[in-house]
Design a protein around this ligand. Structure first.
Ligand code: ADP
Ligand code: GLC
Length: 481
């Protein structure tokens, strides 16, 4: 199949969270399976072009993308996606992508991704590349299905058989912009196809239009697919999702085990596996040395790697963690950046519990691997979680996940049952401090029972969420629509 894949992040080039991992691993697998995949993202100025051997794509002449009163000069560069033979295409447009961070709250944020969307379709026209599927991700490229039905519908030779898939990685980011931006969408002539009531109220919601017009809408776990069709998790879009009926489905994300396995992880100083768990303790020692905490055998280490956002549920720790740290022999290593109030909380614990808590406020892929590998438990008490990758990584590294039963966490972690010796993690149900307090206490107890803890680790390490399998589900979907 011919697949056009659009994303605002692709690891290792540009990543703020799980989308970057998924938008690299899925296209990589699809390409391995023999499909012609054209993957586009912006050439953000933060991308290290020297590191990846970028070259200009000669088959595409630089051109202008015209949207309303705006006109942007664009060109396309390419670089090899590590671990594959796939070339990734980067849209060069310094006026839009020469910013501090991947995302901004600048007045032209909508244009940054509208230009990406149009340019990718226009590149297909230049190449005469006829996509069977355009796979869009999140609000940034969610207007593409409508573009195909309007501005590009005349080009039947290229887009005559093109179907669209929208994957929602997080329903809370919807891309809501004032209706005065309608001309910037490049679809002013099709104003009647936008949601009319919202337009009158002064709003264009990009994600909503993807939900209305894509041939299929997927989200990244079956549980989240169910949850977002109810009002509690629907963020105002549940009615529209229900309205699409069977066009909405959940496909669990996979894990790129070439990147995230304790046997082959290139970021680690030591390696281990389910039949050889000894070196994991050395890994823990190395991690603690690196973050300057003392290593004491038998003291459990809890790890966190995360965006610091309300979604992730860390505020639940606030009410009991200082007391727990005071009372229990336990340690905590946190890597994260984001909201300041959460950073303050972790800094505060670091200051008060100098031998027990380390907080790295920032983004570090290498440290993320070390924490996954060196911790005994991984804490992820999310308020909501479309899929979540870290708990799946943790399982592979024998790092027992502590999660709340929601979204992809529900689909990937099974509560430990000591009697049956089954289960892969500690799972709590209700989103409150009591629930998480119970889960942390249970973890401390399980850790003291060496045989039980070892079994729990091994159950987790035996899990397999590889992309080989998950990519097939996307292929089936592409064929079915
Ligand atoms: P989300 O996409 O909601 O942030 P996921 O669990 O799906 O959550 O994916 C998060 C990804 O981002 C993981 O690969 C994780 O290791 C990485 N990550 C998150 N925060 C950081 C950080 N501060 N430093 C390095 N990697 C991080
Ligand atoms: C989003 C979600 C996360 C998911 C990731 C990749 O960032 O918050 O749960 O794993 O996308 O799909």
């Amino acid at each position: 199949m011919n697949i056009l894949f659009l994303s605002s992040e692709v690891a290792p080039f540009a990543k703020t969270g799980g989308l970057g991992d998924v938008a690299a691993a899925l296209p990589r697998q699809l390409h391995k399976n023999g499909h012609d995949v054209r993957l586009f993202l912006p050439l953000y100025s933060r991308i290290d072009t020297a590191k990846f051997a970028f070259r200009k794509v000669e088959s595409l002449k630089p051109w202008r993308v015209n949207l309303g009163s705006h006109s942007y000069e664009v060109a396309v560069f390419a670089a090899r996606l590590p671990g594959s033979e796939l070339d990734v295409f980067f849209l060069h447009c310094p006026a839009l992508y020469g910013r501090q961070a991947l995302y901004s709250s600048d007045g032209d944020e909508h244009l940054r991704f509208l230009v990406l969307s149009h340019a990718a379709l226009q590149a297909c026209q230049q190449w005469r590349f006829k996509p069977d599927v355009v796979h869009c991700n999140d609000w940034q490229t969610a207007l593409v299905p409508l573009m195909l039905k309007t501005r590009y519908a005349w080009d039947e030779q290229v887009f005559g058989r093109t179907k669209s898939v929208l994957t929602i990685h997080n329903l809370n980011y919807q891309g809501r912009f004032p209706s005065s931006t309608l001309p910037d969408t490049g679809m002013l002539e099709s104003a009647s196809l936008f949601h009319q009531d919202q337009l009158k109220e002064g709003l264009i919601n990009h994600l909503l239009h993807g939900i209305l017009y894509a041939n299929a809408i997927t989200t990244v776990s079956p549980t989240y697919a169910r949850e977002i069709q109810g009002s509690e998790y629907g963020v105002g879009l549940d009615g529209f999702l229900r309205g699409r009926g069977r066009a909405v489905l959940g496909i669990l994300n996979g894990v790129d085990y070439d990147e995230w396995s304790p046997q082959v992880d290139k970021h680690l100083p030591v390696h281990f596996g389910p039949d050889n768990l000894g070196p994991k303790e050395q890994m823990k020692e190395a991690l603690l040395r690196r973050v300057r905490l003392p290593y004491v055998p038998g003291v459990p280490l809890f790890g966190i790697v995360s965006r610091l956002a309300g979604q992730k549920g860390f505020e639940l720790l606030d009410s009991f963690m200082p007391r727990l740290l005071d009372r229990e022999r336990m340690q905590l290593v946190v890597l994260g950046n984001g909201e300041r109030r959460l950073a303050r909380m972790f800094f505060d614990w670091q200051r008060r519990f100098r031998t027990q808590v380390h907080f790295h406020n920032g983004f570090s892929n290498e440290l993320a691997h070390w924490i996954e590998a060196g911790s005994d438990f991984f804490v992820m008490p999310s308020r909501y979680e479309p899929c979540g990758l870290n708990q799946m990584y943790s399982l592979k590294y024998g790092t027992v996940p502590i999660v709340r039963r929601t979204g992809g966490l529900n689909d990937t972690v099974e509560l430990w049952n000591p009697r049956a010796q089954r289960g892969t993690g500690i799972v709590f149900d209700t989103y409150d401090s009591q629930g998480l307090r119970w889960a942390m206490g249970t973890a401390l107890d399980v850790y003291k029972d060496r045989a039980a803890y070892r079994r729990l680790q091994q159950n987790g390490m035996a899990q397999d969420f590889s992309w080989q399998h998950q990519a097939k589900l996307y292929e089936q979907l592409y064929r079915a629509i």
